[in-house]
Write a protein that binds this ligand. Structure first.
Ligand code: ZN
Length: 153
């Protein structure tokens, strides 16, 4: 199990040091959403370019802790170029991953196991749920993306 934890830590550090899809997109045609996590000081700006039913491009600007920045990078790698329906599906699955710990404390509740295989590298962030204060760091980019999608004209 510790080998897996090492691998996860490596993935998170790699995305923090070499963030994917970092930068800005011209608005318009791209759309911009901003998110802030006051608990940690993380700031994320998500630029999304939607054409038809596809998220054809996504860029991230901002700064913050390693969890917030690597989660944003992992998110862009997971959703770029995907149909919007698949993007929303990935967001839902990731949010489920970030709440599974909480729900499993409830004996009455039998959570559907999160499909880690479908998450790919995103599974690296699952350890974050052990540190509830960091969950807001990990979900910031995702909430900002959701906000951007909901704001689309
Ligand atoms: Zn943070």
């Amino acid at each position: 199990m510790s080998n897996l934890e090492d691998l996860y830590r490596e993935i998170i550090l790699d995305h923090y040091r070499n963030p994917r899809n970092r930068g800005e997109l011209a608005t318009p045609p791209a759309h911009k959403a901003e998110g802030f996590n006051p608990l940690c000081g993380d700031e994320i700006t998500v630029y999304l370019h939607v054409e038809g039913d596809s998220l054809v491009d996504i860029k991230i600007a901002g700064h913050g802790c390693s969890i917030s920045q690597s989660s944003a990078s992992l998110m862009t790698a997971a959703v770029k170029g995907k149909p919007l329906e698949a993007v929303r599906g990935t967001i839902d699955t990731f949010k489920q991953l970030m709440t599974v710990h909480e729900t499993s404390l409830d004996a009455e509740f039998d959570p559907e196991p999160v499909n880690l295989r479908a998450l790919g590298e995103l599974a690296a962030l699952q350890g974050v749920v052990k540190f509830p204060v960091r969950i807001k760091c990990a979900t910031l980019a995702w909430n900002t993306l959701t906000q951007g999608l909901n704001d689309l004209p």
